[in-house]
Ligand binder design. Structure first.
Ligand code: MG
Length: 402
């Protein structure tokens, strides 16, 4: 039986696709041509390749806001990515967009993150400032395009254009020029697919809500302090009216699940109005819009802004978070400087990667290789590597064990 025929028999997602959705049968394609998968569509294949990648497994031990080993219940980049995928799929299904594509983008969107969350990204970007900088978005693309090395015929995962486009959420013009097809939209000022847009919004819904949850659990913010925030207060009143004697754990969960729902419903309703009034007929119409059509209402944007400001001030800038991020930045900087000073202390595989890049890009290639090695580390691996290099007590045979 013809493989293409087989893959066409199941529906390309759970519902019917609207005319302006990304359609796996009309994908712009992969960088290296491949035969069509059997019993899967192209975006399912993308998703499966992402799930089976080493970078995806490492997300389990990478920080979102809190360092992974501080508690088993905190979000990691892995659980965050799963939450984003869950939210994105619900929205895609309701809007008739491609669920599998949104899932693939969601699962890959954070693959390029350094250890220690934003503190790690800032530190590595500082280290790389004379060498082209470091940007986690571009690094996510680099992971799926180049760094995953497991296929015989190509570097990376050879994902479809639509998934790669969704991974590259934003990008400076200078960088866009170096990125070929997926960089074009930043130069032409065209729009990404609706699937990519909605996955980005799902990311925001997920982290705003789970940061509240983790922040309360960690004792950095309180239910009382959150009552000043409209989005939280509205749901608190509803829950409190219905269940007046809930313990805090259940109370917080009942509020947050409603907050997620309110944001998702607002996004779907507003986007549906935008899409209808734009009169879209094809994916080209989506790309040629002046602005993105997947959006929250003005009212929700204001409420979100209030919540974000609260989280920035009370959670992300809490002194306990700052202490943690300072230590994290010190680890990244120390590792970078040590590897720059003496390439010979790089593990064999990392050194081989640097040397390969050197052949193409000279000394700049070596620095990018070091950045790739550090960016790929999990929180705990970075700490162990730091100990191995700087702790004199580890000056023993044990240090020879990789
Ligand atoms: Mg994210």
């Amino acid at each position: 039986m013809n493989a293409r025929k087989k893959s066409e028999s199941p529906s390309s997602c759970s519902g019917r696709l609207v005319a302006y959705a990304c359609n796996d049968r009309q994908s712009i394609g992969r960088r290296f041509k491949e035969t069509h998968p059997t019993y899967r569509n192209e975006y399912q294949r993308d998703r499966d390749r992402i799930i089976h990648s080493a970078a995806f497994r490492r997300l389990e031990y990478k920080t979102q806001v809190f360092v992974n080993h501080e508690g088993d219940l905190f979000r990691t980049r892995l659980t965050h990515s799963l939450e984003v995928a869950q939210i994105a799929r619900s929205i895609a299904r309701e809007l008739g967009l491609h669920e599998d594509l949104t899932e693939a983008i969601a699962l890959a969107h954070d693959l390029g993150h350094t250890p220690f969350g934003h503190a790690g990204q800032t530190a590595l970007n500082n280290c790389m400032k004379d060498y082209g900088g470091f940007e986690h978005n571009i690094q996510s693309l680099r992971v799926v395009d180049k760094l995953e090395q497991k296929y015989a015929e190509f570097e990376g995962l050879n994902l479809t254009f639509e998934t790669r486009e969704g991974i590259l959420k934003h990008c400076a013009i200078n960088n866009a020029k170096k990125l070929g097809d997926v960089g074009q939209r930043f130069i032409n000022k065209t729009q990404r697919s609706l699937e990519a847009q909605l996955t980005d919004c799902s990311d925001e819904i997920a982290y705003n809500n789970h940061d509240i949850d983790d922040g309360i659990r960690y004792g950095l913010i309180t239910i009382n302090s959150l009552l000043k925030i409209e989005l939280f207060r509205e749901q608190y009143d509803i829950v409190n009216k219905q269940y007046s004697d809930l313990d805090d754990k259940k109370l917080v969960h009942e509020i947050i699940r409603r907050m997620i729902n309110v944001m998702v419903v607002d996004l779907i309703d507003t986007s549906r109005i935008n899409v209808t009034s734009a009169g879209l007929k094809s994916i080209d119409d989506v790309r040629n819009q002046k602005q993105e059509l997947i959006a929250f209402s003005d009212d929700m944007n204001e409420k979100k802004q209030q919540l974000k400001q609260f989280l920035r001030k009370r959670l992300y800038q809490h002194y306990r978070v700052h202490r943690m991020t300072k230590k994290a930045a010190d680890v990244i900087e120390a590792l970078f400087n040590a590897f720059m000073e003496d390439h010979r202390i790089l593990p064999t595989e990392a050194l081989a990667h640097c040397n390969k890049l050197k052949e193409k890009h000279g000394d700049m290639g070596v620095v990018r290789g070091i950045s790739d090695y550090i960016a790929g580390m999990t929180d705990r691996y970075a700490i162990v590597e730091y100990e191995r290099i700087f702790n004199p007590r580890q000056l023993s045979f044990v240090n020879l064990i990789p």
